[in-house]
Design a protein around this ligand. Structure first.
Ligand SMILES: *Cc1c(COP(=O)(O)O)cnc(C)c1O
Length: 399
């Protein structure tokens, strides 16, 4: 997954272009910036590379989610359906706009189970937010059908799946809006950054204004811009955008390496008949940033995790079930509604209710699953060593 593994002279060159002019901000200063517009250039590259009409860069992927929700008109008391397995940013963004996160079960795609989504719809539901975890995707056909039948927005959190596709379209460009993160460990990094992608001019214009204090960006004089609505500051800097520009040009190379390395490692794990792999919906193509695999039972996987730790080969293997960041089992701050200041009574009640909500279907999937992160810089020799050690440890446990 991490583009930072192949950081080099291309990134330094782009950053130096900005340092030469000293104009570190993405807007204004038209004269002194000497034609250097890295954020604008990166936005254009994103629309061309991923095939969407509009792209609005932000300061982070989390900021991109918040921006997208506001641009979709999601606010106080609206319900957003999200998966129980995701990164904490999903519920953070929902809460930030005053909306209510409704957590539902996943299936073996490792993201939203469409049946569970249907059950969770209420008159307050406004949006379904699949999170395409670990490089691959939700069943977008089923979710899009639910959205159109119930008149709901589809917002794709594609922060972790840059380069994955579904029926020939890039993940993140299929819903009403979609987001990527360019934080340090993502497929393309800006150090920190994110983007809202959409094919709707209205959603784009709102995202553009919101991320820059509501500026309408219609004139040439920034000071004379009007403010059609109240915004915020989620701007990316030119320095960050410059890094991303060098990275996006390497995306094909990153993906080719990632797919090769994923395949090579998978060849080893396929030698163990008890192992099955994450389900990729028909028509989907995994970005291959992780190899996610299952054992038949949670007990077996826990024994394998213990053995991996014993043999010091756990690094790079994510057992999300007990990971503090990615699964509901460990989100005590969420379930206890621990916030720095008062939130709305509706939000608080929804969070406290999570304490007594159980997710047995998701538990049964996450308890059996490990996602192995795929490095771009592994050699074949290293993959062989890794694969053989993993297989030997798994066979030892399974007997
Ligand atoms: C990384 C990530 C985010 C948030 O991105 P940041 O740029 O770190 O704020 C959101 N959702 C998912 C699924 C992520 O992996």
């Amino acid at each position: 997954m991490p583009g930072f593994e192949l950081f080099g002279k291309e990134e330094r060159k782009e950053v130096n272009d900005v340092l030469e002019t000293g104009i570190l901000m993405r807007y204004g200063f038209d004269g002194p910036r000497n034609g250097i517009w890295k954020a604008k250039e990166l936005e254009k590259a994103i629309t061309e590379t991923f095939g969407c009409e509009y792209a609005q860069l932000t300061s982070s992927g989390t900021a991109a989610l918040t921006t997208a929700m506001l641009a979709l008109g999601i606010g106080a008391g609206d319900e957003v359906i999200m998966p129980a397995f995701t990164f904490v940013a999903s519920f953070e963004a929902i809460l930030s706009v005053g909306a209510i996160p409704v957590l539902v079960d996943i299936d073996e795609t490792l993201t939203l189970n469409p049946e569970a989504v249907l059950q969770a719809i209420t008159p307050k539901t406004k949006c379904i937010m699949p999170v395409h975890m670990c490089g691959s995707m939700a069943d977008l056909h089923a979710l899009a059908a639910i959205c159109s039948e119930h008149k709901l927005f589809l917002l794709e959190d594609a922060c972790q799946s840059i380069g994955g596709t579904y029926k020939g379209k890039a993940l993140g460009t299929i819903g009403d809006a979609g987001t990527f993160s360019f934080d340090f460990v993502k497929m393309i990094t800006c150090a920190e950054g994110g983007v809202v992608m959409t094919n709707s001019k209205d959603i784009y214009t709102k995202s553009d204004g919101y991320t820059d204090h509501g500026h309408d960006h219609l004139g040439v004089d920034r000071g004379a811009d009007l403010h059609p609505f109240i915004g915020y500051n989620y701007r990316i800097s030119e320095l960050h955008a410059a890094v991303g520009l060098a990275q996006i040009r390497k995306l094909d190379q990153f993906l080719a390496l990632q797919k090769r390395n994923n395949r090579l490692l998978r060849n080893y794990l396929e030698q163990v008949p008890a192992i099955s792999f994450r389900v990729v919906p028909e028509g989907g193509e995994d970005s291959c940033s992780f190899l996610s695999w299952f054992l038949p039972t949670t007990e077996m996987m826990q024994a394998v995790v213990a053995e991996f730790k014993e043999q010091a080969i756990m690094a790079g293997n994510f057992y999300w079930y007990v990971n503090n960041w990615h699964y509901i089992s460990k989100w005590d701050h969420l379930k206890n509604s621990i916030t720095l200041a008062r939130i709305s009574p509706e939000q608080e009640a929804a969070l406290l209710q999570l304490k007594t909500t159980s997710f047995p279907t998701s538990d049964a999937i996450m308890g059996r699953c490990i996602s192995t992160a795929i490095s771009l810089v592994w050699t074949e020799e290293q993959i062989k060593e890794k694969g053989e050690k993993m297989v030997a440890a798994i066979k030892k446990v399974l007997g």
